[in-house]
Write a protein that binds this ligand. Structure first.
Ligand SMILES: Cc1cc2nc3c(=O)[nH]c(=O)nc-3n(C[C@H](O)[C@H](O)[C@H](O)COP(=O)(O)OP(=O)(O)OC[C@H]3O[C@@H](n4cnc5c(N)ncnc54)[C@H](O)[C@@H]3O)c2cc1C
Length: 375
């Protein structure tokens, strides 16, 4: 059988892949979107969606469906350090474009279904195994029909922080200048926390930090960044892990109880910010595959949607020409160059929270810079 040909094949149907696929299909390209998971699938995340994403939800045509979901709005952010000092800042957003929290299974499923409605061919439970280029791409996948090969003109890697496509196109990243230990991301859903209410709360712990936010009437989300040593306990000895992390912050008991996972924890490694570069003229990396941002600020989905949309624009307009990379990455300079390295210096974070709790305008300035409402 001749292998099926597509204009563009996209690996990964997270926000970056779905946004890119939808917009390219809309401009008339024949797009295949493959994901190794079956949707709705959960994804390790703090589940906080930056108001800047509304611009892309409107562009993609999912904003009204989202608004109908009775979204859990976030109205302020609280941060507490290990000495019990805390700061709160209101989050500025308009009522029709709120800062909100949502399970990623719900959000990502909505985006994928929308892509399919717009004419994208979707293959779920289909893992990209290999991709080789000579004149065009040959991409080998393993899916419900076993091993298959597709050909395409352009290949887009939207397959997340541990991207397979990045390896296949020879992408590289510069050495991390901060030479810090690698960190692990951990996430679970716990019972809804009435006293957390409409806040997103961030707590520092001995080795890292975690955030807690309610996502619907039954569930809260706990997302943590910590050392590999401590993370090992999350799988080996959960009660000890919770005691060493969550309950090591003296303030947590005032706001949250019964914070144990409702059904297991998920982990990802490593969580250090990276930025990949590549030279292939017929391939692009988008979203986390191209650049990861510090989870603390809840900016990843915004960056993924923005990057996916720009890649679509670029491939659609230059279809028969060479596309080297999408325009300048827009991840927040302050987040990647200032906040992220700072967060890895525990003593500095403790002192900064202490100083901010004494000077009232400082947290507001920080919130305006970091929790941007648009790119
Ligand atoms: C602990 C933590 C907390 C975070 N909290 C937030 C937050 O509160 N708010 C926020 O905006 N961002 C947050 N982020 C970041 C956010 O989750 C990511 O930036 C975002 O999901 C990136 O989207 P993406 O589409 O690029 O990749 P992903 O969402 O990772 O999607 C990649 C897709 O590719 C698929 N895939 C992978 N490999 C293959 C393969 N070989 N073949 C086929 N499919 C494949 C995966 O199944 C997945 O569906 C957090 C991250 C971490 C680690």
């Amino acid at each position: 059988m001749p292998m099926k040909h597509f204009d563009v094949l996209i690996a990964g149907a997270g926000p970056a892949g779905s946004a890119c696929a939808t917009l390219m299909a809309r401009s008339g390209l024949d797009v295949l979107l493959c994901d190794k998971e079956q949707f709705p699938r959960d994804k390790i995340c703090g589940d906080c969606i930056n108001p800047g994403c509304w611009k892309y939800f409107e562009l993609l045509g999912v904003a009204d469906s989202l608004r109908k979901l009775d979204l859990h709005r976030i109205e302020s952010a609280r941060m507490a350090n290990l000495s019990g000092k805390q700061i709160t800042v209101p989050v500025r957003a308009t009522p029709s474009r709120p800062f909100f929290s949502i399970k990623r299974s719900t959000l990502d499923n909505l985006l994928v279904q929308n892509a399919e409605r717009e004419g994208v061919s979707l293959l779920q439970q289909t893992r990209i195994l290999d991709a080789t280029f000579s004149d065009g791409w040959n991409v080998v996948v393993r899916g419900r029909n076993g091993i298959e090969t597709f050909s395409c003109d352009y290949l887009v890697g939207a397959d997340g922080r541990n991207s397979t496509i990045a390896n296949k196109i020879g992408a590289w990243s510069r050495k991390n200048p901060f030479k810090t230990a690698r960190r692990v991301g951990i996430q679970w859903h716990a019972d809804v926390q009435p006293r957390v209410g409409s806040e997103v709360q961030l707590y520092t712990i001995k080795e890292g930090y975690f955030g807690i936010v309610n996502v619907d009437v039954q569930n809260s989300n706990v997302a943590m960044v910590t050392s590999p040593d401590i993370a090992r306990d999350a799988l080996a000895n959960l009660p000890r892990f919770i005691e060493r992390t969550v309950y090591s912050n003296p303030i947590i008991g005032r706001y949250a109880t019964q914070i144990e996972p409702r059904c297991g924890v998920v982990t990802t490694y490593p969580v250090n910010p990276i930025r990949r570069h590549w030279n292939h003229p017929k391939a692009l990396l988008v979203g986390d595959a191209r650049q990861t941002v510090e989870p603390f600020t809840g900016e990843g989905v915004l960056f993924a949607l923005d990057d996916g949309a720009r890649a679509a624009r670029q491939i659609s307009t230059l279809f028969d020409k060479k596309v080297r990379r999408t325009a300048r990455p827009r991840a927040n300079f302050w987040v990647n160059r200032v906040v992220s390295p700072t967060l890895r210096n525990q003593e500095l974070v403790e002192s900064l929270v202490w100083v901010a709790s004494e000077i009232s305008w400082l947290p507001r300035l920080f919130a305006r810079t970091v929790f941007r409402t648009s790119l």
